[in-house]
Design a protein around this ligand. Structure first.
Ligand SMILES: [Zn+2]
Length: 369
């Protein structure tokens, strides 16, 4: 061959190259724009946000100018263009309005199904413009942006939660743990917010909406449990599922959700308020991330030798407070109905131990896509 005759041999073995199959946009509930990029192989990608643009850079992918993007009406995307940058393909969406960094829970990579190949799905709404300098890009922005965690101390005010035989109240224990956790996570470089920092009553929908408003990456709702049998003890970790994983989980969700019934008027509007218009794809992505966090959290608690309630490591139930677009978990830190655990939960040393385990689980959680 001519190239070999010139003494040139390629020294890089090229990996199989990806290819773009289609690009399309659509409108999602909540006035969100959806961008779908369909590829032959699982895409490896980075995102960057130059002024009024969103750039999706796909590794090891050639441009395919034969593809005509299908652009829906009323989205934030004016047009989609392709440009080759080395072996990367840069797909640039020109936007009609600025958007913020797209949070992880609004980005999905879907496996092929009947009609489609792999799909990178990005959902976003108009938001605060991002200030970037000429030399700045997505990567350096990501490195300086703090992950946002909303910590929810359960119950409060007129709702004491569970009360131990010794008089220890759930609302007091979880507020104390929440404050310690905030201090530790702040020190570890996270941006944290408490849903309540005093002894006040908050509706479950208000707690969930704080996580939404703060655009949280993770939502942790802290609770302590009670069981009719005073022998039962241990922590348990829950994620949201409309179907409970077991009878105990179902009853617990019912008990925790009942907190809202204290505010009768609030409860009437409750279902309407809390039902975020989530697409099933988003629900799936949020559920997956929540499961990933909860599994790691269970491991972290066990590593710290904190007693686990017998049963599955992660349980599922329809907790109203977890109904949002933010991945998260509800942590039942122990049983106030058990005399020994009541003492532990009220002690500073055990609270510190719980906090250390939660901090480890947050640090170990993979926030990046
Ligand atoms: Zn509770």
């Amino acid at each position: 061959m001519g190239v070999c005759a010139l003494g040139f041999m390629p020294r890089v073995a090229f990996a199989a190259r990806n290819s773009v199959k289609s690009m399309r946009t659509g409108v999602q509930p909540g006035n969100k724009t959806r961008l779908v990029i369909e590829t032959a192989m699982r895409p490896s990608y980075t995102l960057s946000y130059p002024e009024n643009k969103l750039v999706v850079s796909l590794a090891n992918t050639p441009a395919n100018t034969s593809i005509k993007p299908k652009l829906a009406a009323n989205t934030l995307i004016k047009n989609l263009t392709q440009a080759q940058a080395g072996d990367r393909l840069e797909i640039t969406a020109t936007l009609t309005k600025s958007i913020g960094t797209i949070p992880k829970n609004q980005i999905m990579v879907l496996d092929p199904n009947g009609d489609n190949d792999y799909r990178l799905v990005l959902d976003f709404a108009a938001g605060a413009p991002i200030t970037v300098t000429a030399a700045n890009d997505g990567a350096s922005r990501a490195a300086t942006q703090k992950r946002i965690i909303v910590i929810d101390a359960g119950h409060g005010g007129k709702d004491p939660g569970c009360i131990g035989k010794g008089g220890t109240r759930e609302k007091t224990v979880v507020l104390s743990v929440a404050k310690k956790l905030k201090a530790q996570l702040d020190a570890a470089g996270f941006q944290t917010y408490l849903t309540r920092s005093t002894d006040v009553y908050l509706k479950l929908a208000e707690r969930a909406s704080i996580a939404e408003k703060k655009k949280a990456d993770l939502f942790l709702s802290l609770h302590a449990n009670a069981n009719p049998s005073r022998a039962v003890k241990g922590f348990s970790i829950y994620t949201l599922s409309e179907k409970a994983s077991d009878e105990e989980a179902r009853k617990l969700a019912e008990a925790e959700n009942a907190a809202d019934k204290i505010d009768v008027q609030g409860f009437t509007n409750f279902e309407k308020e809390i039902r975020v218009a989530l697409s099933s794809l988003q629900q799936h992505a949020v559920a997956e991330m929540s499961e990933e966090y909860a599994t790691g959290c269970n491991k972290s608690f066990r590593n710290a030798s904190i007693t686990q309630q017998p049963g599955p490591g992660v349980r599922h139930a329809p907790f109203a407070v977890l109904r949002s677009t933010v991945p998260g978990a509800l942590l039942e830190l122990g049983h106030l109905s058990n005399a020994n655990e009541e003492k532990l939960l009220a002690s500073a040393a055990h609270q510190d131990k719980l906090v250390a385990a939660i901090v480890k689980s947050v640090k170990a959680y993979n926030f990046d896509v």
